[in-house]
Design a protein around this ligand. Structure first.
Ligand SMILES: [Zn+2]
Length: 346
């Protein structure tokens, strides 16, 4: 069955200016938008973003922090963190990015589409309730997940974070929640240097966080194997009502920051896996929001691979026979650590 796929895009996301030498620059999205125009004209449902409301933002971020961001309006270039410069219209782009994710949740819950991709910037997964961090201002996915719990009365949301950096913001915000299960693969040697395998959730949500540190040697087949072996029991056991992906593409082999070996085949393969695994739960909709990814062509190619798979009724057959010897041990280790919690279900 072909899925109906919605996207959010907006020229105002390009107005968040970070300076000439910053990797998270407007050209990233410009390249993605050009790819969409070239390959997906009339095949996607437009879900135009609207700014989030103050109440929606305050469910995740502190009033003082929101005020601080709003005060940067019309200032030329300021810095919220050493690696997070912003410009006069950044506050609006960031506010709109969170709103785009909220609109996406509505479009999925109202059954206007089955899958949705927020093509937004600035990214969000490092943003903390009271602090910008790692190019992120507001935590787009956390805000949208909280909104889905509040407004649509969901009780189980699975967040998958395949950005090469650990999404410490989403991780910390929901560490004690059973309503959001956070699963992340990341390189511990990169910023923010968190996300140990043994961090499995807070006291009130043991087992509801699944951190999987990975090495740079993993191949596409290794990665797809890892995702299949972990996500199948997680989705079967947790029965998510919504699956949200923090979709960063900096684990791509061409990425200047991630230094990994993956190609767009990983993203296409995991997308097909998620489409298949919807059937072991109650067909939860699929939500994607752009996070990192700093090589323009690799970024556009990876997103194209995902959208192609979502729109295809002919399943691709991704490689999933593990190639690196350590991957089988890693998966076994994750499953053994989580075996006592009862979230995984074979
Ligand atoms: Zn990243």
């Amino acid at each position: 069955m072909t899925l109906r796929v919605g996207i959010a895009r907006d020229e105002r996301f390009l107005e968040h200016k970070t300076g000439h030498f910053h990797p998270e620059h407007p050209k990233r999205l410009e390249t993605v938008y050009r790819m969409i125009d070239r390959h997906f004209k009339d095949r996607l449902i437009a879900v135009p973003p609207e700014p989030a409301t103050l109440e929606q933002m305050e469910r995740i971020h502190t009033q003082a922090y929101i005020k601080r961001i709003l005060k940067t309006a019309d200032q030329r270039i300021t810095s919220l963190a050493p690696d997070t410069p912003i410009s006069a219209d950044s506050y609006l782009a960031a506010w709109l990015a969170a709103g785009a994710c909220i609109k996406g949740v509505d479009s999925l819950m109202d059954l206007d589409c089955d899958a949705f991709f927020a093509l937004i910037r600035p990214p969000g997964h490092h943003a903390l309730p009271d602090r910008a961090s790692g190019f992120c201002l507001f935590n787009n996915i956390a805000i949208a997940a909280q909104y889905a719990l509040d407004r649509h009365h969901l009780r189980r949301i699975l967040v998958i974070d395949w950005d090469i950096h650990h999404g410490n913001g989403i991780h910390d915000i929901f560490y004690n929640s059973r309503e959001v299960l956070y699963f992340s693969t990341h390189d511990l040697l990169l910023f923010p240097y968190s996300g140990e395998l043994t961090q499995t959730g807070g006291e009130s949500a043991p087992g509801y966080t699944v951190n999987v540190p990975i090495t740079r040697e993993l191949t596409d087949a290794d990665m797809i194997y890892l995702y299949r072996e972990i996500l199948r029991p997680v989705i079967k056991g947790y029965q998510p009502q919504l699956i949200m992906v923090a979709a960063g593409f900096d684990a791509h082999t061409d990425d200047p920051i991630g230094r990994s070996r993956l190609t767009e085949a990983t993203y296409r393969g995991i997308t097909r896996l998620l489409m298949d695994l919807r059937s072991v739960a109650d067909k939860p909709p699929l939500f994607f929001a752009l996070e990192g990814g700093y090589h323009q062509r690799a970024l556009a190619d990876s997103i194209q691979a995902i959208l192609t798979e979502l729109l295809s009724d002919q399943a691709s057959e991704p490689p999933d026979t593990p190639q690196s010897p350590e991957i089988v041990d890693l998966v076994a280790n994750v499953r053994s650590i989580h075996s006592s919690y009862g979230v995984f279900h074979d």
